[in-house]
Design a protein around this ligand. Sequence first.
Ligand SMILES: [Zn+2]
Length: 215
Amino acid sequence: MESRLLCCPGCGGPITLHSPATIFVNCLFCKNTLLFDKDWKVFGKVAELPPEITPLQVGTNGTFLNEVLTIIGRRRMRWTDGYWTEWYASFSKGKGAWIAEAQGLWMIAYPVETEMSRGEFEALTVASSVKAAGKQFAVNDIKIAKCLGSEGELPVISSPNEELKSIDASNTNGDFLSLESGQDEHGKSRVSAYVGRYVAFGDFHFKNLRHLDGW
Ligand SMILES: [Zn+2]
């Protein structure tokens, strides 16, 4: 994994970037969030996030399917019925993925290309059928979520109060699809798609975990 050094446009502090996909990062020195849109710019203020009740932290590394990974960021989301956290992992071969825990199950989701327009996305309802990454899925859940804040480096804008629509779909092979509305770094509306599966925590062979009583 090749890292590069960024000079914070807010305070001049050094920020090490670990992923070529990073467009959003927090500065630890001036507590600004920075967005890359042709150049790095100050985007807003960092929202302090509470610690997670998981052993993961930014800096945790591991191996998944024989590829080295490092957790480089997280974002915390809220919806009407609760909260969830997504961890962004950078892989040694340059590809990134989201890792999340839900009700004790772990999942990994990789970004995939999608041709879906915002109109097609908005027209989806529960049980709609969707195709992504050459696979067929059925929608099981649609919710509106708000980003509460982020830490570290992320490939998406993750500013506090950024609202998005999140659509979950799955198929009988155990794959799931996550679709998300949002905007790209130029402020243009876009639909992001991620395809993933459930995995066992042990499959990640994590090291440098946060100490947590009971784990
Ligand atoms: Zn700064």
